[in-house]
Design a protein around this ligand. Structure first.
Ligand SMILES: O=P(O)(O)O[C@@H]1[C@@H](OP(=O)(O)O)[C@H](OP(=O)(O)O)[C@H](O)[C@H](OP(=O)(O)O)[C@H]1OP(=O)(O)O
Ligand SMILES: Nc1ncnc2c1ncn2[C@@H]1O[C@H](COP(=O)(O)OP(=O)(O)OP(=O)(O)O)[C@@H](O)[C@H]1O
Length: 483
C-alpha cells in the first residue's frame, strides 16, 4: 500500500463498532481501522497528530505485548499504525457516510489526525479465490462473558446463578437498544459441549443483535438489521450457504433442506471453535475445566436433562479456551475491583507523578505484562496489589468484549488446516479481533452499570416480560440434531 497514493475509490465501507469504523480495500486483503469520536466532542479535534499517533500505537502495543501472549500468537493480528493523507481520510469519510447504520451515526470518523490502523482483512482467505468459485464464508461472533463470577465480594446472589449477558438483555430491552430478547447464552457457547454450543449458535442465528455477523467473500450477508424491529433473513442466509453444503440439499431431511444446511453450517462453526487443542499422550485433546465457576446459567432456556450429560470442558488450545482464560483474570468481579480502584485513586491524588511508574495509561509493554502475570493472590494492602488487580481486570474486560472470526472455504483433500468433518471439507482460519485496552477511568462506570443491570434484572423477574419478546419463528426454528 503506497500511502502517498491513497485513493478513496480503492476502499469501501466494511463495518463499524462503538469506537472504530473499518473500510476494506477493493483488491487487496487489507482493512483500515479508523477511530470514531462523539460528534459533540471537540477535545479530539484539538488532539495533535502526534497524540493521535501515540494513542493508536498504544493500542497496537497492547494487542502485541499483552493480548497476543495471553491469547496465542496464531489468533491475534496486531496490525500497524499508518499515517494517511488528510485529504484521503476526508474524502473517505464522505464516501462511507451513506453506508453507515443509523444507530452508529452518533459518532463521527476521525478526519483530523490522519492516523489509522492497517490490518489483514480477516473475512477473506488470501489467494483463496484462485482455487474455488465459492468465496470464503466468515462468521464473526462477539461471545461476551463466558463464566459466572465466583468472587467472595459479590453481594447479589443472582450474579452467581444468572450470567451477565442474560441479565443485561433485560436492561437493553428496557433502554430500547434491542426490541427482542436474545436466547443466546455465552455459558452454552463456552461449555465445550457440542449440544450446548449448537444451541448457542442456533440462538445467535435467530437473534444476532451485535453478537453475530456473517460475511461471504468479504461482504456482509447476515447481521442484525439497521432497523432493530426487523428480523434477519434466515432464508436468504440459507440460499447463500447452499452451495457449500451440496449434499445436505437432499440426503437427509429432504422435507426441510434449508434446515439441514443450517445444521451443517452450525456444526462447521462448532468444529472450528473446538479445534486447535494439542494432544496429551493418550491422543485426546487436553481440556480446560472451570472448577471455580458454576457451569450453567439459570436464565438460559437449555433443557435441564441435557445439562447432566457430562462435564465437557474446552480443548486447551481452542480459541474459546484462550478467550475464557483471559476473561477469568477478573476473579474479584467489579465489586471487588472498585474498592481497589479507589485505593489507587487515593494514592494518585497524593502522588500524582506515580501514575507513570504504575503504568496506569501504559505503556503496554513487557513490564505491564509482568504486573498482570505476577500479581499476588493475597491483598497486602499495598497500592501495587491494587494496581495489579486493576490491570488484570482491564485485560479481562478486553477479552469479554472481543470478537472471534472464523473464515472458512471448501478445500482440496491435502490441505493442512482442515476441519475434521466427514464431508464437506473446509480450510479455515480463526482470529480474535477488537483487542483494545479498556480505559482505567471506565471502572466507576462499570461499577454503576453492574448495579443497574442486576437491579433491573431482579425487578423484571418479579414482572416477567411477555413471551412474545422472544421471537417465535416457526419458518426458521432450527432442527435439533444429535451432534
Ligand atoms: O459494557 P458492555 O458489556 O455493554 O459492553 C459494551 C458493548 O456493548 P454490548 O453489551 O456488547 O452490546 C459495546 O458494543 P456496542 O457498541 O453496543 O456494539 C462496546 O463494545 C463497548 O466497548 P467500548 O466502550 O466501545 O470499548 C462495550 O463496553 P465495555 O464494557 O467492554 O467497555
Ligand atoms: N481485521 C479485520 N478484518 C475484517 N473485518 C474487520 C477487521 N477488524 C474489524 N473488522 C470489522 O469491523 C467491525 C468493527 O470493528 P471493531 O469491532 O474493531 O470496532 P470497535 O468499534 O472497536 O468495536 P466495539 O463496538 O466492540 O468497541 C467488526 O465487527 C468487524 O466486522
Amino acid at each position: 500500500m503506497e500511502l502517498d497514493k491513497m485513493d478513496e475509490n480503492d476502499w469501501k465501507y466494511h463495518g463499524e463498532g462503538n469506537k472504530s469504523l473499518v473500510v476494506s480495500h477493493l483488491q487487496h486483503c487489507r482493512v483500515l481501522r479508523l477511530l470514531k469520536f462523539p460528534s459533540d466532542d471537540s477535545a479530539h479535534t484539538r488532539q495533535t497528530a502526534e497524540q493521535a499517533f501515540r494513542h493508536i500505537l498504544n493500542m497496537v502495543d497492547y494487542s502485541k505485548y499483552v493480548m497476543k501472549p495471553l491469547l496465542g500468537e496464531k489468533y491475534v493480528h496486531s496490525g500497524e499504525v499508518v499515517k494517511l493523507p488528510l485529504n484521503f481520510v476526508r474524502q473517505l469519510s464522505l464516501k462511507v457516510q451513506q453506508e453507515r447504520p443509523e444507530l452508529r451515526c452518533d459518532k463521527v470518523m476521525d478526519t483530523f489526525s490522519g492516523c489509522g490502523l492497517c490490518l489483514p482483512n480477516l473475512t477473506q482467505l488470501p489467494l483463496y479465490h484462485l482455487r474455488d468459485h465459492r468465496p470464503p464464508i466468515c462468521v464473526e461472533i462477539k461471545p461476551k462473558c463466558g463464566f459466572l463470577p465466583f468472587s467472595r465480594h459479590i453481594t447479589k446472589e443472582c450474579k452467581r446463578k444468572v450470567c451477565r449477558f442474560c441479565m443485561h438483555q433485560h436492561y437493553k430491552l428496557a433502554n430500547g437498544k434491542w426490541k427482542r430478547l436474545s436466547r443466546y447464552c455465552p455459558l452454552n457457547l463456552f461449555s465445550g459441549s457440542k449440544q450446548r454450543m449448537y444451541v448457542a449458535l442456533k440462538n445467535l442465528l435467530e437473534e444476532p443483535q451485535n453478537n453475530l455477523k456473517i460475511f461471504k467473500g468479504g461482504e456482509l450477508i447476515f447481521s442484525c438489521k439497521d432497523d432493530a424491529k426487523q428480523q434477519p433473513e434466515l432464508n436468504d442466509l440459507i440460499q447463500h450457504l447452499r452451495p457449500y453444503f451440496p449434499h445436505s440439499n437432499g440426503i437427509y431431511n429432504s422435507q426441510q433442506p434449508g434446515k439441514a444446511v443450517l445444521n451443517e453450517f452450525i456444526q462447521v462453526i462448532c468444529s472450528a471453535l473446538l479445534s486447535g487443542g494439542d494432544s496429551n499422550r493418550s491422543g485426546e485433546p487436553r481440556k480446560v475445566h472451570l472448577s471455580e465457576s458454576r457451569p450453567h446459567c439459570e436464565a438460559s432456556p437449555f433443557p435441564r436433562d441435557l445439562l447432566r450429560n457430562g462435564n465437557h470442558g474446552l480443548p486447551k488450545d481452542s480459541v474459546l479456551a484462550k478467550v475464557l482464560q483471559v476473561q477469568m483474570l477478573d476473579n474479584l468481579d467489579i465489586e471487588g475491583i472498585y474498592p481497589l480502584y479507589k485505593r489507587v485513586e487515593q494514592y494518585l491524588e497524593e502522588f500524582p507523578k506515580e501514575r507513570n511508574r504504575l503504568q496506569i495509561d501504559g505503556p503496554y509493554n513487557e513490564s505491564f505484562m509482568d504486573t498482570v502475570k505476577n500479581c499476588p493472590t493475597e491483598d497486602d494492602g499495598s497500592v501495587e496489589y491494587a494496581v495489579g488487580k486493576v490491570h488484570q481486570y482491564r485485560v479481562a474486560m478486553t477479552a469479554k468484549d472481543c470478537s472471534i472470526m472464523i473464515t472458512f472455504a471448501p478445500c482440496e483433500e491435502d490441505e493442512e488446516h482442515q476441519l475434521n468433518l466427514e464431508k464437506p471439507r473446509f480450510t479455515y482460519s480463526i482470529s480474535i479481533l477488537d483487542l483494545d485496552p479498556k480505559p482505567y477511568e471506565g471502572i466507576p462506570h462499570q461499577y454503576k452499570l453492574d448495579t443497574k443491570i442486576v437491579n433491573y434484572y431482579l425487578r423484571s423477574m418479579q414482572a416477567p416480560p411477555p413471551s412474545s419478546l422472544y421471537k417465535e419463528r416457526q419458518e426458521c426454528t432450527l432442527l435439533f440434531h444429535a451432534v
